[in-house]
Design a protein around this ligand. Structure first.
Ligand code: NAP
Length: 342
């Protein structure tokens, strides 16, 4: 195949606060490649943490300045010299933010997986509820909520979920409802609150217009807190926790764009109430749960037992704005970049 244009999104400058489209990341259409089309790329909150000085160590590597961003995506195979991958198949894995990629070995895609998609779902779903965010919810819910040594969850258990309308939060809510729990969830707009209600959330509220602590004191105490945001929500959850409550610490987006973490003032509740905090990242749980995940979750999505919302941006050029939207909460569902339509 003749060389074709291979536009990409370059990590250009380390941001001090929120990432700035056109400055933090820039669109470069000057590259060519002898082509795997990338069809869809995922925009995830943790990408902000990768926009840092590489000397600062963390659980994920820093983006390389001057090189394309990379993250989870789904690619269409247009050429293959590997017998285990055929032209026309869809491949899930880690892709550079460029139109085409060449891989010497499947291990370069990290969690490479040929997607069979027997459920005939949109490919974008495989970077959302059927991809890394869904895995985060499914793995950690099973690991820390349905955990050995605890009695089965039921209607006496109250679960609180923050950033409830995103792909992680909304999957957790639906797993908690399947387990029979009462679910309280927060999100930042009325449109998101309507979605939370539509997936069975018992108490859905806008944390920007109502005080989290007031809601939790009225509807709690809470037995499980799924923390996606940290900050004042965490503080309220500590105050409203039942004795022996479990906190599943998934993310803290309130601190991703600031120099310092919010100083939580009531950490003494942890010992006073005998609370257990489980911090985790999704990758180490992958080997334990991924087969179950791919067997169960796409089927639940197809049957409508797990519902989702997506917020699709078209074209690589939209990446800078899409990254900022997720950090600011302007995304209306799982944020994806549709790179190629076919
Ligand atoms: P998402 O919900 O699609 O997007 C992030 C949401 O966070 C925004 O839409 C916004 O929703 C909310 N938010 C932003 N700033 C906020 C603030 N200052 N206070 C409160 N909420 C704020 O994201 P997601 O992909 O489902 O991820 C949710 C969380 O899980 C993130 O913290 C992410 O880092 C974490 N995560 C962790 C792992 C892991 O391995 N531990 C893996 C994946 C994701 P509102 O409109 O509701 O404010």
């Amino acid at each position: 195949m003749a060389p074709v244009r291979n536009a990409c999104i370059i990590f250009n400058e380390i941001p001090l606060g929120y990432p700035e489209p056109g400055k933090t990341v820039v669109y470069d259409s000057s590259q060519t490649i002898d082509p795997d089309t990338v069809r869809v790329l995922s925009i995830d909150p943790y990408m902000r943490g990768r926009m840092r000085d590489p000397s600062i160590t963390s659980y994920t590597p820093a983006f390389d300045l001057g090189k394309p961003l990379d993250n989870f995506g789904v690619g269409l195979v247009v050429r293959s010299e590997n017998p285990s991958v055929k032209v026309g198949q869809h491949l899930y894995g880690f892709y550079a933010f460029q139109e085409y990629s060449v891989f010497k070995d499947l291990s370069e895609l990290r969690r490479a997986r040929v997607l069979e998609n027997r459920e005939d779902l949109p490919w974008s779903v495989y970077v959302g509820v059927c991809g890394m965010p869904g895995q985060t919810a499914f793995y950690a819910w099973n690991e820390f909520a349905i955990v050995h040594g605890h009695s089965p969850l039921g209607q006496d258990d109250v679960v609180f979920v923050t950033a409830g309308a995103g792909p992680v939060g909304s999957t957790v809510i639906q797993l908690a409802k399947q387990a029979g729990c009462k679910v309280i969830a927060s999100a930042g707009s009325e449109e998101k609150i309507a979605f939370l209600k539509s997936i069975g959330t018992d108490v859905a509220f806008n944390y920007k217009t109502e005080k989290t602590l007031d809601i939790l004191q009225r509807e709690g105490p809470i037995n499980i807190y799924w923390d996606n945001v940290g900050g004042e929500s965490l503080e309220a959850a500590l105050d409203a926790a039942a004795p022996h409550a479990r906190f599943i610490m998934c993310g803290m987006i309130t601190s991703y764009n600031t120099a310092d973490d919010y100083p939580v003032k009531n950490l003494s509740q942890i010992f006073a109430k005998s609370l257990t905090l489980y911090g985790f990242t999704v990758s180490p749980l992958h080997d334990k749960y991924s087969d179950r995940f791919y067997n169960e979750v796409p089927q639940m999505v197809k049957e409508g037992k797990i519902k989702f919302t997506e917020d699709v941006s078209r074209g690589l050029e939209s990446t800078g704005e899409a990254i900022l939207d997720v950090q600011k909460g302007r995304n209306k569902g799982k944020k994806v970049i549709l790179v190629a339509e076919k």
